[in-house]
Design a protein around this ligand. Sequence first.
Ligand code: GLC
Length: 473
Amino acid sequence: MNVLITGYEVSPFFKRGGLGDVMGSLPKALKKINVDCRVVVPCYVEMQEKANGKRIGEFHVHFGDKEEEIGVYKSHLPDSDCVVYFLSNRPILSHINLRGRNKKIDQFAFFSLAVVRFIAWLNSNKQWEVDLVHCNDWHTALIPLIMKNKIKPPIPTLLTIHNLSYQGFGSRKVLDLLHFKNEETKELKREISAKEIDILGEGILHATKVSTVSPNYALEIMKEEHCHKEIYTYLRKREAVFGEKDKIIGILNGIDYDAWNPAKDELLFHKFDVNNWEVGKKAVKGNLLKFFSLKPKPTFCFIGRMAVQKGIEMLIKVTKTIVQLDANLIFLGSGDPNIEKSVKRIAQKYPDNVRAEVAYNEELSHKLYAASDFILIPSHFEPCGLIQMVAMRYGTIPIAAKTGGLKDSIVNEKDGFLFEKDKLTRLRRTIKHTLSVKKDNDRYKKMVQRAMRKDFSWDKSAVLYKKLYEEMI
Ligand code: GLC
């Protein structure tokens, strides 16, 4: 079975969020169970050096009134024989940070068309025959529509939603650039303005199957009060057209156990596993707190994108409580400039207990996962969340909002703590409670061991994807 996985980022070549982690680790797990899966992403200048791809050919795409040349580069995911293709086109695909909503949707419409043409190119060059395309998020969500209309017979498409709040919303003119004829787009949804398109929405309607990244998020998004307003109608329409048997499937993400392993992590001051974590974590923590000039105290951390979704404003509101409880709090991440500013401000306000490293810093994240006692995850919604899994593998107990994949991956009071989402007093109470549990040494030890032993590898979920692919072909 030959599966082409596509999206806008792939770790370690280019990563902005959890999607990059998934794109860089799921294919390796699938290869292990005999799915020949390969990855295709745009070739941004920022990753060319790292990717070190070999040019294997080129083809042309008719986009708008131009014939664009696409160069094909081939490389592998590190430590694996999993092929990654990079599609290169200087004018359109060199940079991810194109400003302006229509520019961005035009860019990824172009990439989506390029992927469809690339499949034909692979075939005609006797390189590889694709049985199924696995699209991820809005950036590649036009592929199902292009496939349906331009390829006979179409290849089945799976669309995985990693985050419903990014939808690729913009002018419908993008369809002219793709040379859609009127009759080909008449089935597009007309509920939003006739001039607009919601790319993720169209993907939801046209993909052969749709999945998301945790079973609980799959349930939540079918309830109006939990879902993002604009996309709810598309989900409902799909349900009405395809019926119960084809409902949106939730498959929990895994994490890359080669990249995240405290027993082999070269970035740690002291490596450790579930048998010697107390010594190991103490050493790593001592080292990190010294680096930050913080006193040895219970330590909470936040790691991740500084986006509204992550509920950081709640953390800012409970910082005073954490300081009064005589504990440390370390923030690591970057994103929304306003959130970054408030995080920096709170660190300045409490210089004895709080630090803010406002940057994307992979190396520091490893150290912080290992050194912290607790990780705070007050997300307003969380399709899956990977940081709780990494933290638990490193013996750090999550305190998380009871939502999405957080609920699927944490067992309250056993290997972490869940509080009712968006409820500040609950979060505050839970923080106090966790510190009292930490004092109860035996109970705390048991929790850490349970967390560290939990299996968040891709093994189980890769089997579920394989089963789904098989059903679709
Ligand atoms: C997005 C979601 C996150 C998920 C990740 C990978 O970043 O917000 O919850 O873990 O994608 O699927």
